[in-house]
Design a protein around this ligand. Sequence first.
Ligand code: SF4
Ligand code: F3S
Ligand code: FES
Length: 254
Amino acid sequence: ATGYIAKFKVWRGDTEGGALEDFEVEVNEGEVVLDIIHRLQATQAPDLAVRWNCKAGKCGSCSAEINGRPRLLCMTRMSVFTREETITVTPLRAFPIVRDLVTNVGFNYQKAREVPSFVPPQDLGPGEYRMMQEDVNRSQEFRKCIECFLCQDTCHVVRDHEDNKEAFAGPRFLMRVAELDMHPLDDAAEQGLDRKATAQEEHGLGYCNITKCCSEVCPEGIKITDNALIPLKERAVDRKYDPLVWLGNKIMRR
Ligand code: SF4
Ligand code: F3S
Ligand code: FES
């Protein structure tokens, strides 16, 4: 197949406001949306702001919305669209605009800082840790995260309710809490930090009503809801409200 001319609408603007701008731009076989944005910079809009680094789906920088769906610009092939349709590219909606397609994702760094880090067991030295492969595998899935923040942008809890940002850490950081809470060597509980309680009380786990939109947009295919959020909810609820689990725990300990 040969090249063709595609119709694009790209949001241009800054903190003062902005609008969609129309472009007609050449597309060649095998290109991704980021190629087209780069062609616009090279030919028609030299000052168009876009954030990117790897062009390989690994740095998590090129997050934006294409036809209203949160996606990586570098991993979205032009071939998924028909030649006739107009492709609309807009910045992530849940975060404040810097300029054009670039948003300020500082909210996510703030939430990252609020999750206490791994607490190593006091009586083990570095190199003495031993983990079952099964436990390693569980963390490994969550460690594939490239911090693109598409899940954070998608989750309706903040996307549709800006004022929830204070109370809700978002799927990426609740997943981090879940990872640490499931970690067999994390000693937080023994050292006075109840991660399940903080998940509920400080990171807003209760706001998540398991709609799974976060998992659907994750470019790494991490099952955020099924493998992190639901298990964390179950563990947190067991701890607090379930009398049978409470009784079970008492009997088990005898
Ligand atoms: Fe991106 Fe997935 Fe990590 Fe969320 S969990 S920040 S969608 S890679
Ligand atoms: Fe939001 Fe994902 Fe929960 S989209 S509501 S964090 S399942
Ligand atoms: Fe790195 Fe797209 S440029 S993920």
